[in-house]
Design a protein around this ligand. Sequence first.
Ligand SMILES: Nc1ncnc2c1ncn2[C@@H]1O[C@H](COP(=O)(O)OP(=O)(O)OP(=O)(O)O)[C@@H](O)[C@H]1O
Ligand SMILES: [Mg+2]
Length: 329
Amino acid sequence: MTDIVTGKPDRMVSVRTLFGIDSGLMVPAFSERDDHVPEIDEVYRFNPEVTLAILAGFMRERRVMVQGLHGTGKSTHIEQVAARLNWPCVRVNLDGHISRLDLVGKDAIIVRDDVQITEFQEGIVPWALQRPMALIFDEYDAGRPDVMFVIQRILERDGKFTLLDQNRVIHPHPYFRLFATTNTVGLGNLNGLYHGTQLLNHAQLDRWNVVATLNYLPRAEEAGIVLARVPELADEAGRALIESMISVAELTRKGFATGDLSTLMSPRTVIDWAENCQIFRDPAMAFRLTFVNKCDEAERPIVAEYFQRCFDRELESAAEREMRSTVPQ
Ligand SMILES: Nc1ncnc2c1ncn2[C@@H]1O[C@H](COP(=O)(O)OP(=O)(O)OP(=O)(O)O)[C@@H](O)[C@H]1O
Ligand SMILES: [Mg+2]
């Protein structure tokens, strides 16, 4: 393995050939893959606008945030761009469990030459900063205030990072890159879907140079993604099934927008449903197990009606309903 700390991109590659996007751009890339380069997902379908935004991050050192509803492919999009460029990449989920010490580092007791000593162990931020590495802060809007305060420091213009207790200032590697994904635009849980998200400070949001949005895609594109994930459905019956599944998903999204439902189906749920159809061999049963059981009891009849409209059959037979209702409460 090459020494990745001194590594830098050593070739230019064409965006058109690598991502299938109509653009004459050339981007820097690495010839060798190291352990931190994500695996390539061959069937991943790149969204041109989001891909170009992410590429601007890699080429021009822009800090890029990708915002959008859940399960639309935000996290995987950044990883898949990195995978194609052989750019090492780490993803940090800023959910409630990550602490300031995880990011910055802490003193740890280790044994060296049979003697116990205390040594500072770098956290993920100083570690990544010193490498040609794309650092993704996932679920950026779920970060706790103490964690966001640490991140604020690398968002300053020159991105220098001071390890206070170590008396050290870390300068970012010239090929260090920073990305984030978020469900909200920092205004909190306005639609009730994203519990645990925080309000983001606007001075902090302002420091992201590019914000790309990835929400639900046009029908044909969504169908293409499901088909890419579940190639067994590539015949006429399979395509018709995908069309019906997406129709149900669209109804849940409309239902959510008008306030009839408190939840909705993401593209991830549609992919899960298609995969579960292969396991259970029955779209209705797979649907109940993939989505319906996640819905509030009071909303299930509405979802059942959406299914009936798109599939022209009942979601549950009378016998199945009977069996469920005799379960002791
Ligand atoms: N364009 C695509 N091509 C192929 N698969 C995709 C695409 N977009 C999403 N997927 C698949 O959908 C799933 C969800 O993607 P991902 O986890 O990136 O979503 P997300 O937007 O980060 O969701 P969340 O907001 O919940 O974090 C993944 O399994 C991914 O492989
Ligand atoms: Mg994600």
